[in-house]
Design a protein around this ligand. Sequence first.
Ligand SMILES: [Zn+2]
Length: 86
Amino acid sequence: MKTGCAFCGHKGLQPRQTQYIYRRNGQFLIVDDVPCLQCAYCGEQYFEGGVLRDIEKRFNELHVHGQKASKEVQIPVEHFSNLCRV
Ligand SMILES: [Zn+2]
């Protein structure tokens, strides 16, 4: 695992659990409580390769093989030009 932040060079990476949003081809998978290391200075998050592979595998099970996720949410979508109608 890394010893410092590749982004800002800060040495203090702390173990955290975070929400990871995986997106591919306009499809999403949100995974809660994913273990990562987070830079105490800039907030950049680092994930182990195995963690990302697990998420990608689950994404394929859901979106390619049609399995059902343990929970589903509806996500509102807007186009930015619709936000500025004054
Ligand atoms: Zn950093």
